[in-house]
Design a binder for this molecule. Structure first.
Ligand SMILES: NC(=O)c1ccc[n+]([C@@H]2O[C@H](COP(=O)([O-])OP(=O)(O)OC[C@H]3O[C@@H](n4cnc5c(N)ncnc54)[C@H](O)[C@@H]3O)[C@@H](O)[C@H]2O)c1
Ligand SMILES: [Zn+2]
Length: 541
């Protein structure tokens, strides 16, 4: 049951990523006709593309491309390679996707430069310094390329190996309608980036997606003792499927499974040392891939390991708690706790992919789900009034939608500030207070619950300072309550809470920074809030 469909298979991607060569190989193996849109345009007009650009301009060329897309969109049974920026316009994406499955090929800038060798015959690169132009163009276009959920990174692959991956993705996703493809949210930093993929059942297809992301030498799954019995075998099976034809990624055949005890108390260097040993014993080397299968604790530990093991190996996040899906798996912060405090040792480590399968939430204990919901509310207040309004109505049914919206807020913030120099602090909404409540409860209070109370306090403080309307504060508090999250300050003296807040590692000098809501969807960082005003709000019961 290989060819379940007559849809076209469309390859897109930046120039130099191998669309034509891989497309021909794929077409040959599928017994299909191969069409290259650039060639089609040249044959039809009887002119070369550089000539069309030089005499008629880019707009004229783009018009020809649009026409070709419309025609090919109604054809069936083809393998199509598009021009480098043919699918740059939403119209062309729609017309082409109507008739087929799009797979985007990609490679890093250095590989593309090496493959192209020069800018000859490439009008988009016509410049004194074509390499700089290529890098700039790639960085600008990357969000569009990454918005295609199916990707093959061809940098370290032969044409045959890349064709294997294309055919594997076709087999895994080709029979589905476009509406069943994962949603892809691109995260870019300069000319690099990755996608966050979201779809029910994605765990079963993780193997082919990850095998297409590079040519790994081995794979290790890091998980905890609660999550591993639930999902490790499902993931391992998916990985092993990618070791078989058509994908044939042999490294996936024997994944290493390394587990740690569950819970924050094990997010420490001792756990890390134990896991290093398991990876070494399993033979993971520098070309390996670490998969973080679990909540935020596993994500932070596995991320830290990936950042440091053999001076760094690749990482993919497969978050299994709501908190990890909407918060910790995106943004590249990793780390572990020391006896002196939380997250005191760590590293930035960007993943190659984040795979979110909302179906795994069905086993997540209710209190964990609720705690994660606090971070979703946070995302709504920070940057998505529509998401907030959805939560406000109370009937939360569409988990995949909600996760997508919350992740999008996190992405927008981390893209603006990838190394946490400024704006990223808005993600700490409710956290300055929340961390103090966690600390004072000796971490018996759940993070999400502490943050919920923290957001309620932040809302009341903002109202008192005249930063937001009473109505805004009321909406925040009632929404938290409707989601069964706490909003009442625990019965510690206000002074004690203040003292715990100033002990927090995020303090700057003697002044605390407060992230305060001005409206739903807009928060600002305030460093000059008088202590007395904060104490007043903490004393309000
Ligand atoms: N790196 C970041 O940017 C960032 C951001 C926010 C939070 N964090 C960190 O995240 C951690 C908290 O993460 P968390 O709330 O996910 O906690 P967690 O990882 O401890 O998971 C909570 C519990 O749920 C279990 N579990 C996980 N998935 C499950 C599933 N699908 N079914 C059943 N049980 C499941 C876990 O085994 C654990 O017992 C903290 O250490 C925090 O510092 C990091
Ligand atoms: Zn948080």
């Amino acid at each position: 049951m290989r060819l379940t469909t007559h849809r076209n298979l469309v390859l897109t991607g930046f120039m130099g990523c191998g669309k034509s060569a891989i497309g021909r190989e794929v077409a040959c193996r599928m017994g299909r006709e191969f069409v290259d849109t650039d060639q089609l345009i040249e044959t039809r007009t009887g002119r070369s593309i550089p000539d069309i650009f030089a005499r008629d301009g880019e707009a004229a060329f783009r018009a020809l491309e649009a026409e070709v897309c419309r025609e090919l969109g109604v054809e069936r049974g083809l393998v199509i390679a598009t021009g480098g920026w043919t699918l740059g316009t939403p119209e062309n994406r729609t017309t082409i996707a109507a008739g087929g499955l799009v797979i985007c090929l990609r490679a890093d800038a250095a590989t593309l430069i090496e493959r192209l060798g020069s800018a000859a015959g490439r009008p988009m690169l016509a410049d004194q310094d074509w390499q700089a132009r290529l890098r700039g163009l790639l960085a600008r276009r990357l969000p569009v390329y990454l918005s295609f959920p199916l990707q093959v990174n061809t940098a370290n692959m032969s044409v045959e190996q890349a064709a294997d991956r294309v055919l594997a993705l076709w087999e895994a996703f080709g029979a589905d309608g476009t509406e069943h493809l994962p949603v892809s949210l691109p995260v870019t930093y300069g000319e690099e980036g990755y996608s966050v993929l979201i779809r029910d059942g994605l765990l079963d297809r993780a193997g082919v997606l990850l095998a297409a992301a590079d040519r790994w030498s081995g794979v290790a799954v890091i998980s905890d003792q609660v999550v591993a019995p639930l999902y490790a075998s499902q993931l391992t099976t998916a990985l092993q499927r990618a070791a078989e034809p058509p994908c044939s990624a042999r490294a996936m055949e024997h994944p290493i499974l390394a587990t740690m005890p569950a819970g924050e108390t094990h997010k420490n260097l001792e756990t890390v040392t134990g896991l290093y040993a398991k990876l070494l014993a399993g033979g993971l080397d520098r070309g390996g891939l670490v998969l973080a299968l679990g909540g935020g604790v596993v994500g932070d530990v596995a991320g830290f390991i990936a950042a440091t093991y053999m001076r760094g190996v690749a990482l993919a996040q497969l978050p299994t708690t709501l908190l990890a899906m909407v918060d910790s798996s995106v943004g590249g912060k990793t780390g572990v706790d020391l006896p002196y405090g939380k997250n005191l040792v760590g590293a930035f480590k960007q993943p190659v992919m984040v795979l979110i399968d909302p179906l795994v939430l069905k086993t997540l204990p209710e209190p964990e789900l609720r705690a994660g919901m606090a971070e979703v509310v946070k995302a709504g207040i920070i940057g998505d009034p529509e998401l907030f309004a959805y939560l406000e109505r109370g009937a939360v049914t569409d988990m995949a939608w909600l996760i997508r919206r919350a992740v999008a807020v996190k992405i927008a913030v981390v893209e603006a500030d990838p190394y946490e120099r400024g704006r990223r602090a808005v993600l700490n909404l409710g956290h300055t207070f929340g961390h103090a409540f966690e600390l004072l409860s000796k971490y018996r209070m759940r993070h999400g619950e502490a943050v919920a109370i923290g957001m309620a306090v932040a809302a009341r403080l903002a109202m008192r300072l005249g930063l937001c309307r009473a109505e805004t504060a009321r909406r925040i508090i009632t929404t938290l309550q409707r989601l069964e999250l706490p909003t009442i300050v625990p019965a510690y003296p206000a002074e004690t809470i203040w003292e715990a807040m100033t002990r927090d590692k995020k303090k700057r000098g003697s002044r605390l920074r407060f992230v305060l809501p001005h409206d739903i969807g807009r928060v600002e960082i305030h460093e000059d809030v008088p202590r007395e005003r904060v104490l007043e709000v903490l004393e309000e019961k």
